[in-house]
Design a protein around this ligand. Structure first.
Ligand SMILES: Nc1ncnc2c1ncn2[C@@H]1O[C@H](COP(=O)(O)OP(=O)(O)OP(=O)(O)O)[C@@H](O)[C@H]1O
Ligand SMILES: [Mg+2]
Length: 265
């Protein structure tokens, strides 16, 4: 029987230097390519975030507000272009580690309506997986049937893909150890939540809401909210620190790892 797909999201917080516009975190990308090669996961889909490539430009040109005036048109192009630059660097690192990565621009096959995925033909992703390629997608600028254009976050994309592809698991790599009781970068008393489920998440909604960081796609709060439909579908989700060696490989191989596991129940 064919293995169910695994979806790995490499967060912009891990693969870029979030406070330095258009700066990658090259050692992290190199190490991740190595770990992905070692894990050798069958049926792997990769999605990466925008970090300092996507967010500052998207914010500068107010892309999430939709089309309001002509000056944003160049902003859409520049934001998309920055994402393709980051995507190129990720794909090159993967290919150097002998991973058959193939880049797909979400802007070319996803249409949103008020920022939510409305149309998405995932046939190419499925076909690539069938042929043992590793499709590499990313958070992208997309066309929107209500607003003209929008930002499609990598987080919204992974949840949708998990449902459409009936994924076994989602692994998310960020620059912190997982979901914590507060932002660990701002609150030294924040504790890592090692395991949680939907019921508990919904009960803790109010404090998750406080976890919002300044980020056009919602930070950790937005991430958890986006993931809920995929978890409801039955896709187990593990959040780990992708800047620490070994975590992503262990999560992909289902080995015990420091992080947050979120299950349906
Ligand atoms: N309760 C919390 N637990 C863990 N992290 C939190 C929490 N609240 C806020 N954060 C912050 O959320 C950040 C992760 O979200 P962020 O959107 O910045 O990263 P990302 O999704 O990897 O990046 P991108 O959106 O570019 O892909 C962490 O760096 C952390 O500082
Ligand atoms: Mg984010």
């Amino acid at each position: 029987m064919k293995a169910k797909p695994t979806i790995l999201k490499l967060g912009g917080s891990a693969i870029t230097q979030k406070d330095k516009p258009l700066k990658v975190n090259r050692p992290v990308i190199e190490n991740l390519a190595q770990e992905i090669a070692e894990a050798n996961t069958p049926q792997l889909v990769l999605v990466h975030g925008g970090g300092s490539f996507g967010h500052p430009l998207a914010k500068q040109y107010a892309i999430t507000d939709g089309f309001k005036d002509h000056s944003q048109i160049m902003g859409f192009s520049k934001t998309h272009d920055a994402m393709t630059t980051l995507n190129g660097l990720v794909v090159q690192a993967l290919i150097q580690h002998n991973i058959p990565a193939v880049s797909i621009a979400p802007s070319s096959f996803v249409l949103t309506k008020s920022g939510r995925i409305e149309k998405m033909n995932s046939d190419i992703v499925t076909k690539l997986l069938d042929m043992k390629f590793v499709p590499v997608l990313y958070g992208d600028t997309v066309l929107d049937s209500d607003k003209g254009f929008a930002i499609l976050s990598g987080d919204q994309l992974i949840a949708k893909l998990a449902i459409i592809l009936d994924a076994e698991q989602i692994v998310i790599g960020v620059d912190v150890d997982g979901l914590c009781t507060a932002d660990p970068k701002k609150d030294s008393s924040a504790k890592l939540i090692k395991h949680t489920d939907l019921k508990e998440l919904k009960r803790k909604h109010s404090w998750i809401e406080k976890a919002r960081v300044i980020d056009v796609t919602g930070g950790m709060y937005g991430k958890i909210i986006e993931l809920i439909p995929a978890i409801e579908h039955g896709t187990r989700t593990t959040i780990v620190n992708a800047t620490k060696k070994g975590t992503v490989r262990k999560a992909l191989c289902n080995e015990k790892v420091k992080g947050t596991i979120i299950e349906k129940e």
